[in-house]
Design a protein around this ligand. Structure first.
Ligand SMILES: [Zn+2]
Length: 169
């Protein structure tokens, strides 16, 4: 895996917590460590929302924290930072999940024949489903004919190959 790019980092944040998470990661990426107050003043996100989002990112190990207790007040200050190595792990995990889904999909495409009415907006049916509907489309009632899914299979195979090569980098 190459070093995580800034774009990828923001994408990961977005996938976890949407726009607020992306804003927080953006400002955190410009600093080694930040307190919650600093994050709030840089992002304009309300303290409670920022805190919730930081913990959400923390649950995925994307950010880490360091607590420092004030000798005067006894209160804790939290210093947050990005954990880039964990972001890599998150991305690898996501890719593995996608790969698994694609492999299941490929198996499904390979082990079924499909039938289609060739009307835009209608869905193709598996042989089993087509039999159930006596080879008439349940939506538009046109006859169903064999649908060649070799292009779909090819495109899934390509996606699988791409992810596998990315995982092996
Ligand atoms: Zn149809």
């Amino acid at each position: 895996m190459p070093v995580v790019s800034h774009d990828m980092l923001i994408k990961v944040a977005c996938a976890i917590g949407g726009e607020d998470a992306a804003k927080i990661i953006e400002v955190l990426s410009q600093n080694d460590e930040m307190t919650e107050d600093e994050i709030v003043s840089k992002t304009g996100i309300k303290l409670n929302d920022a805190r919730k989002m930081l913990y959400k990112l923390y649950e995925h190990s994307i950010v880490g924290l360091r607590r420092v207790r004030s000798k005067d007040t006894g209160w804790f200050t939290f210093y947050w930072r990005i954990q880039l190595d964990q972001v890599e792990g998150f991305i690898i995990g996501q890719k593995k999940r996608i790969l698994e889904k694609l492999e299941k999909r490929l198996e499904y495409e390979n082990s079924h024949s499909f039938y289609y009415c060739y009307t835009p907006g209608c869905k193709r049916l598996s042989f089993e489903e087509a039999t159930e509907y006596l080879f008439r489309c349940p939506k538009c009632n046109k006859p169903l004919s064999y649908y060649d899914n070799s292009k779909i299979i090819e495109s899934i195979r390509k996606k699988i190959e791409k992810i596998k090569s990315e995982l092996n980098e």
